[in-house]
Write a protein that binds this ligand. Sequence first.
Ligand code: ABC
Ligand code: CA
Length: 527
Amino acid sequence: MLLSLLVCATFVIPTLCASAQNWQKRSIYQLVTDRFATTDGSAPSCDTSERRYCNGTWKGIINKLDYIQRMGFDAVWISPIVANLEGPTGDGEAYHGYWTVDHNTLNAHFGSESDLKQLSTALHARGMYLMIDVVVNHMAASSIPPNYTAFEPFDQQSDFHPFCWITDYSNQTNVEQCWLGDQNVPLADMDTEDEDIVNFFYSWIQTLVNSYGADGVRIDTVKHVRKDFWPDFAQASGVFSLGEVLDGDIQYVSQYTQVLDSILDYPAFYPLIRAFTNTTGDLSQLASTVEAEQSAYKHGVFMTGAFLENADNPRFQSFQTDQALVMNAMTWPFVGDGIPILYYGQEQGYTGGNDPANREALWLSGYEENKPLVVHVRTLNAARKAAIKANGQFIDTTLKFLSATKSSLAISKSPMLTLLSNGGSTSTPSWNVPDAGYAPNEELIDVVSCMVINANKEGGVSVQGSKGMPQVILPVSIFSKSFCTTLKGDASTSLSSAQGASSAAGPLRKRTPSWQLLVTLLAALLL
Ligand code: ABC
Ligand code: CA
């Protein structure tokens, strides 16, 4: 682990001193600050194609933490926080936050220093973690050559690699030392070989994390900076690091598992999308990719951040809106070995395609909490927490594919058995999993449908799916039927009988669904 508890003790803002292991038990909600919530709760129009600021703020996030927490998330990844290029460019405004011009000042569009500190404090008060997104690789300009004097603190041309576009991704020197961006917004590539610059960034990240009480850092453009820059950077941050290595190649990505705590699971992302985008997709390719990752990455169980959507790729529903396929695909990040990450808006069924269309304002959804996908996310988070609580080894035991065909997967991560298929909502998939590992005749529940089923005499599972839906199966002893139906928003059952939540509050009366109780219940599962 790169984590240092000593640094943690010196934080200006009290943190939860999150270890990498603690992060692994978490579930992350990723949001674009400008698009998540406004300070006063208003819902201004926000045309993504205009690429302008839409007025989301850190205060706005504070006011909507209930919404995030009620889905069962216990960590929030916010978009980059420092001052960016101002004004319109040929590529729009810097509402996403990745166009740094001043490392030492916050982006005033999102609020004040005090607002960001309050966000951190509010998260910690709920036992939730804050992950900040940081960019080291480049600073953004609006011309070539850039007006270097606009940059802070690096205002000399010599602070940057000489201008050249990245043109050859097979040439690592080109990837590391040439520039990203385009003619409109060239991303001037920092000279991360220069000792002063390196030292600046090591001390900068320590100060940034300490000042705002961050519990983790998501690191941008990791593959664009030499690998040996990163271990000391991660160490200096003093917190958990999650790197973005945007590449589908396992061998390539695996090199970075040596230098950071975790990386985003891009190698599984591409086969995941292909598997569920239509009924002809191949689920066995997803399985073989994951098996290859398990053997290629450090320690075999190296941590990844598992995701279906993010700010750089078209949303899943821009390809496919069949809800059975959507729900199968959405299930994946929550039932595997990685830390589940959900990109805001996915739960509201957003359908935006390529950047900038995939950065819709969430306030336009009304933050509706009874939609099927919100319920699905709440269920998946609760199922994962119940499994973690029931099996002390859940996090450290790698998943196994008990069967993998083109159209179906049976994934075992004890005590959870997940059955996925890509036949779509008109299909009735069936699974026969003889070696599921349950006790003979054990009473089980599919937490997606809340149907109770029984293992057979050998502890195997034979079930038929309905309407192409995924099944996430747990023993009833850790996830009761009444708990399951409560999660769906059905208030007609009593919470008090929910196993796995025996210390939760008393019965919930008919037609009085209490989110407070549900939160208590989810919190009980967390502990
Ligand atoms: C803006 C506009 C876009 C326009 C673009 C040219 O300019 O909004 O509409 O298309 C930020 C903003 C973006 C902005 C960019 C550039 O800056 O968010 O809106 O785009 O100004 C990170 C962040 C990302 C951020 C930046 C920049 C970096 O997550 O949000 O973007 O700070 C590369 C980097 C990666 C970076 C990504 C945007 O570009 O490596 O870190 N993301 C190949 C390459 C990748 C490359 C990718 C996309 O193409 O290998 O390195 O990512 O260009 C797989 C292969 C992969 C392959 C993919 C496409 O296919 O295995 O290797 O990736 O099968
Ligand atoms: Ca670089």
